[in-house]
Design a protein around this ligand. Structure first.
Ligand code: DAH
Length: 337
């Protein structure tokens, strides 16, 4: 190989390399370019390696020319690389393709439990009850103790509890997933003096062997009214009116005695369903001990309370045969509401 032959190939490599480089507009083709021209087995390296076969005089000239080319190609490579990076970072990556044909959006809707709860709350709100909300994680003190359900009370067995922390810590007791919305009774009364008139919706949790009428998670709407001179007639009047608003004026309603530790007397209320009585709520006159627990004088104040299951009410109202549908997240069910 002669010196002029080397210079020829240097200038032809340079022309080809610069032309190809300007077309290498992404990092992959840029890297392929680098390997072809500047890599260990690349074309420029080939020339440098051949310098040894030249005469000393020619070698100096050709070597200088080859090194100049090396510097030029390196600089051109860096410039192209910077250009590519800038172009890539300013390219819109999440551009909206305006040529796509339009598609129908499918609007969501409120869960049937939420719809039922709102309907029930609206009925009670119109009767003067204010809505308050509580926590799903609750203290043993409010879920049980303050409601006249001490630690060894058999009523606790009916509400097999999901505990967060079973250990009793001071007066607060343990921490649990609330088994009922009733803790909002003492929580509300602790915060204010009578008159009290509240409803409190929310989710409750119990360890249950689930079946068509039992779920381990469900909702309740709690109600509480405390004032001077409230009687059982007020309780019945309120709940009759509630049933009338939800189920219509003709629906038959039945009260029976029932036991809940935080009321005395206690009742449950059933709705006539095609000749069958179906229980939808528990209720009663607030137990004097519950009033005393929050510092109310039971000689001066009386009250009534109730707890309604909105899923139960919805099942009756819409003829839903299995409570488990509510939490299966099956759109074939949910989209019917
Ligand atoms: N919390 C009761 C339960 O889950 C329901 C209930 C009964 C609530 C009577 C009340 C009441 O407020 O007075 O079984």
């Amino acid at each position: 190989m002669t010196s002029s032959a080397t210079e020829d190939s240097i200038s032809s490599i340079k022309a080809e390399a610069l032309e190809r480089l300007s077309a290498a507009t992404d990092q992959d083709s840029l890297e392929r370019w680098r390997v072809e021209f500047m890599g260990r087995k690349g074309r420029l390296t080939g020339i440098l390696r051949n310098l040894g076969s030249l005469a000393p005089e020619e070698r100096r000239e050709a070597g200088a020319a080859a090194n100049r080319l090396k510097g030029e190609l390196e600089a051109a490579f860096e410039a192209q690389s910077a250009l590519n990076k800038r172009a890539a970072s300013s390219a819109p990556t999440d551009a909206i393709d305006v040529t796509l044909p339009g598609r129908k959006t499918r609007p969501g809707r409120l869960h049937p439990s939420t719809q039922m709860i709102r309907e029930m709350l609206a009925a009670f709100n119109e009767m003067g009850f204010q809505t308050v909300e509580g926590n799903e994680v609750e203290l043993e003190r409010y879920n049980f103790d303050m409601l006249n359900i001490p630690a060894d009370h058999p009523a606790r067995d009916m509400q097999d509890t999901i505990w967060i922390n079973r250990e009793r810590v001071g007066a607060d007791g343990g921490i649990l997933m609330r088994t009922q919305t009733s803790p909002m009774q003492p929580r509300t009364m602790e915060q204010q003096d009578p008159p009290v008139r509240i409803v409190s919706p929310g989710k409750c949790f119990r360890i249950e062997a689930t079946d068509a009428t039992h779920e381990w998670q469900f909702h309740q709407v709690e109600g509480l009214a405390v004032d001077e001179g409230l009687s059982f007639a007020d309780l019945k009047g309120t709940l009759y009116e509630f049933a009338r608003r939800i189920f219509g004026a003709d629906r038959k309603v039945r009260f029976r005695c029932d036991f809940f530790p935080f009321v005395e007397p206690g009742v449950d209320m059933s709705i006539d369903w095609n000749g069958r009585w179906v229980e939808i709520l528990g209720a009663g006159m607030v137990h004097p001990q519950v009033l005393r627990n929050v510092g109310y004088d039971p000689e001066k104040y009386t009250g009534f309370a109730f707890g309604v299951g909105p899923e139960r009410v919805a099942m009756l109202k819409y003829g839903i045969e299995d409570i488990r549908h509510f939490f299966n997240n099956d759109l074939r069910f949910l989209s019917q509401f």
